[in-house]
Ligand binder design. Structure first.
Ligand SMILES: Cc1cc2nc3c(=O)[nH]c(=O)nc-3n(C[C@H](O)[C@H](O)[C@H](O)COP(=O)(O)OP(=O)(O)OC[C@H]3O[C@@H](n4cnc5c(N)ncnc54)[C@H](O)[C@@H]3O)c2cc1C
Length: 399
C-alpha cells in the first residue's frame, strides 16, 4: 500500500504535501505510469479536468491486436474490418480483416486505467509551475481557488501537448507544429458498424478526415489539420465538409444532433531525450503519437507502463534503460514517419488522387503497416530512412 502523501507544515504561506512522485496529466500516459508504480511508492496524479476520461479529446482509433496485447478489456474496443479511403476523385476499399482496427471507448478505457492504480488522483487540479529547492522539486498547484505545493523527488510530465512541466522549467519549448482535430459524434443507426472511412484532399488540406463507428453504436466524424501549415480552423473545415456533397459521395450519414470532441497533439520530430534530472516526459509531451496518423493511445499505455515499472526500481539505471528502449523502438521509425507527414501535409487534392490510386496497388497488409508507422528492418536496410520516408510521402501524398 502506498504510504499516504502527507501534508507537512510549510514555513511560507502555502500548504505543502510531500510525495515521491508527482504525475502531471491524467490521460493515457499519466494513468499508465501510475498503474504500474509499486504500492510502496507514494504518488500523486494531478489532472486539470473535472473527471478522468471526459471531455474526450481523441477519436480512439487503434488496432485490435494491440488491445489484446495490452490486456485492454475487449468490450472497450469496437472492431472494424473494412475501410473506405477517399480522395476527391478516387476511392479504395480496404479489407482489414487480417489486422482489424478497433475504435476505443476512451472514457471507459481511461477510467479502467485509473482503477488500476493506488496513486492519489486529484481531478480539477491544475499544475502551475515547479522550482528546484534543496534537491527536491517544489510544484505549485491550484484546486478551485486554493493554491498549494507538492514537494516530490520526481515529476512525470504527462500533460500532453501542453508540456506543462517542461515549459515551466525551461527544459523544452511547447510544440511549434500541432495537429488539431474536431469530431462530431452522433447516433448513426443506418451506418454499417463494420465500416470506417478515411478521406484526404480538398475537404482536409494538410490533414485528413475520418469516420469511426463506436462501441455505443454512434459514428465519430472528424477532420484534422496541421497548424501552422494551415491557418484554417477545424470547425471551418467541418462546416465546409457538411455544406458540400462529400458525405453523400462517401455514403456517410449527415450529423443532425451531435456531441463535439476536439483535441490537439504535437506534430514535431520525435526527440529521444526523455529524462531531465528528476523530470521525465512521456506520451504526447514526448511526441509519442505516430507521425503518420497521429495514433498515440497504445504507445502512451505501453511506454507509460514501462516507465512506472522503471520508477518503481528506484535506480537511475532502470530509468536510463527505459529511455534507451523507447529510443530504440521509436527514434528511427518516427524519423521515417515524420518525413512522410511533412511531405503529405503539403500535397494538393490532385496529389491525393494520385496517392489513393497508388494505394490501390499495394497489398492491404503493407498499407496497414504504413498507417501503423511500422517500417520493417528489411525496408530500412534496403533503402535508408530518408528514402523510405520519401517513398511513403509519395505513396501517401502522391508526389
Ligand atoms: C483530434 C485527435 C484525434 C486523435 N485520434 C487518435 C486515435 O484515433 N487513436 C489514437 O491512438 N490516438 C489519437 N490521438 C492521439 C492521442 O489522443 C494522444 O496521443 C494521447 O491522448 C496522448 O496521451 P497523453 O496522456 O500523453 O496526453 P493527453 O491525452 O493530452 O492527456 C494529458 C492530460 O493532461 C491534462 N493536463 C494538461 N496540462 C495540465 C496541467 N497544467 N495541470 C493538470 N493537468 C493538465 C490535460 O487536461 C489532459 O487531459 C488523437 C489526438 C487528437 C488531438
Amino acid at each position: 500500500m502506498a504510504s499516504p502523501s502527507q501534508a507537512v507544515p510549510n514555513t511560507g504561506m502555502m500548504d505543502r504535501v510531500d510525495t515521491e512522485i508527482l504525475i502531471v496529466g491524467g490521460g493515457p500516459a499519466g494513468l499508465s505510469v501510475a498503474s504500474t508504480l509499486p504500492e510502496d511508492i507514494s504518488a500523486i496524479l494531478v489532472h486539470q479536468d473535472r473527471s478522468i476520461g471526459t471531455p474526450v479529446r481523441t477519436s480512439g482509433g487503434c488496432w485490435m491486436r494491440d488491445v489484446s496485447a495490452l490486456g485492454i478489456p475487449a468490450e472497450f474496443a469496437h472492431p472494424v474490418n473494412n475501410a473506405d479511403i477517399y480522395s476527391d476523385n478516387e476511392h479504395l476499399k480496404l479489407d482489414m480483416s487480417s489486422d482489424p482496427v478497433g475504435v476505443l471507448n476512451v472514457t471507459a478505457l481511461y477510467r479502467w486505467l485509473a482503477g488500476q492504480t493506488r496513486a492519489d488522483i486529484r481531478c480539477g487540479t491544475k499544475y502551475l509551475e515547479t522550482r528546484r529547492e534543496g534537491g527536491k522539486l517544489i510544484s505549485r498547484l491550484r484546486e478551485n481557488r486554493n493554491e498549494y505545493e507538492i514537494a516530490s523527488r520526481v515529476i512525470v510530465d504527462a500533460s500532453g501537448w501542453h508540456c506543462a512541466v517542461l515549459q515551466s522549467l525551461g527544459l523544452s519549448p511547447p510544440p511549434d507544429r500541432r495537429g488539431i482535430g474536431i469530431e462530431y459524434e452522433f447516433a448513426a443507426p443506418s451506418h454499417d458498424p463494420d465500416r470506417a472511412a478515411l478521406f484526404f484532399g480538398s475537404a482536409t488540406p494538410t490533414g485528413y478526415g475520418w469516420a469511426f463507428p463506436t462501441t455505443l453504436g454512434s459514428l465519430r466524424l472528424g477532420v484534422g489539420l496541421i497548424e501552422p501549415d494551415s491557418d484554417q480552423s477545424p470547425k471551418a473545415l467541418m462546416e465546409g465538409l457538411l455544406a458540400s456533397n462529400a458525405l453523400e459521395r462517401m455514403g456517410l450519414p449527415r450529423p443532425l444532433s451531435f456531441h463535439v470532441n476536439a483535441g490537439i497533439l504535437p506534430s514535431v520530430p520525435f526527440t529521444s531525450n526523455l529524462i531531465f534530472d528528476g523530470v521525465i516526459r512521456v506520451g504526447d509531451s514526448a511526441n509519442m503519437a505516430t507521425p503518420t496518423l497521429g495514433e498515440g493511445i497504445r504507445i502512451c499505455i505501453e511506454h507509460g507502463r514501462t516507465l512506472g515499472a522503471a520508477l518503481g526500481k528506484d535506480s537511475p539505471k532502470a530509468l536510463t534503460q527505459w529511455e534507451r528502449i523507447v529510443r530504440r523502438k521509436l527514434a528511427l521509425q518516427y524519423r521515417i514517419g515524420f518525413e512522410a507527414n511533412r511531405r503529405a501535409a503539403a500535397y494538393t487534392p490532385r496529389d491525393w488522387d494520385r496517392s489513393v490510386a497508388r494505394m490501390r496497388t499495394l497489398p492491404p497488409e503493407e498499407l496497414l503497416r504504413f498507417f501503423q508507422n511500422d517500417f520493417s528492418a528489411r525496408m530500412i536496410a534496403q533503402r535508408g530512412a530518408q528514402s523510405i520516408g520519401r517513398k511513403i510521402g509519395r505513396m501517401l501524398g502522391g508526389r
